[in-house]
Ligand binder design. Sequence first.
Ligand SMILES: Cc1ncc(COP(=O)(O)O)c(C=O)c1O
Length: 393
Amino acid sequence: MRSDPLGYLTTELEALKQQGLYRTLRVLEGEQKAKTTFDHRQVVNLSSNNYLGLTTHPLLRERALEATRRLGVGSGSVRSIAGTMDIHMELERRLAVFKHTEAVVVFQSGFAANAGTVAAVLSKDDVVISDELNHASIIDGCRLSRAAIKVFPHKDTAAARRIVAELPAAQRKLLITDGVFSMDGDLGALPALCDIAEEFGCIMMVDDAHASGVFGRNGRGTIDHFSMHGRVDIQVGTLSKAIGALGGYVAGSRALVEFLYHRARPFLFSTSHPPAVAAACIAALDVLEQEPQIIERLWENTRFFKSGLQTLGFNTGLSESPITPVIVGDGALAMKLSDRLFQEGVFAQGIAFPTVARDKARVRTIVTATHTRDELQFALDVFAKVGRELSIL
Ligand SMILES: Cc1ncc(COP(=O)(O)O)c(C=O)c1O
């Protein structure tokens, strides 16, 4: 009989079970909403990135349906062959105006935008200076580029400066940070990093996945929030979170975008979005411009829920955004907390190593504009009950 060459995977899964870190996928039965049903249980949903509730917004839904009726369900090709539809170009023009940049190129996801861009603009003689908590897609892009990777401690701009200062002046350098860190909800050290980039001639890149639609005027992101327009060479955003649909984009100079048309591998080798996705994203930009009160609601909910968790006595780290971690330390305890919350009607995903450091396991909460006060108060009451039960409080 043939032996199983993948048998070691089962062994590793067994080890995860022993450590209390094995997860089954939660299955959403219905729409992605603030209160919804996962695994046959109705829960207050604190786990989605649907910050503004746009996944189910009537305008996005209608425009996606209209585009499907008019243009079909697929683009049929990669962008660089036959898969650039006029609706893709329209979305890029709209995003460039929104971001105040010369041009924008859209990718199939934020992951593809980050990994594809870093890998395209750098090569083996270059160096990337990266915050230790940057997103996995940045890390993968750095590895794919074959550039040297220098990591600085989280938001330690003095350390970042020391690293950059020691590098040869002539070497090409990319300084890169998340705009909002996805597991901690704190903001990248943008102003100080932009200063360093200018002092030493680095390319400055920001991944604004969790800031798009959340920070800045009408959700333009952290570059707008910190008034850094013109100081960040490469801005990445996602269309998969607050924008409610799917995709990622790179905003910058016309030369950057045209270079990515020629060299970014996800752009060259993976099929473009169906027209419905592009249409939904254009509709989302209309909503950001016409209904900015949604963003204000997101922030009211954020302030209410974050201060509620803090008043109860949970360790919420240094969050400055709608992402609020409840840090408990031990991985198994975080999973237990998440499971008990779920049984009581609150879905907040447990997150442990390797996604976060071994001693920083947590459940991560994300509020949205569409949560009601009652839903958030219910969630706080459940956190209080389960937190005491597990001796976290
Ligand atoms: C900081 C950050 N960057 C990029 C991405 C990738 O975005 P997308 O989900 O559109 O691929 C994510 C999503 O998990 C993220 O948290």
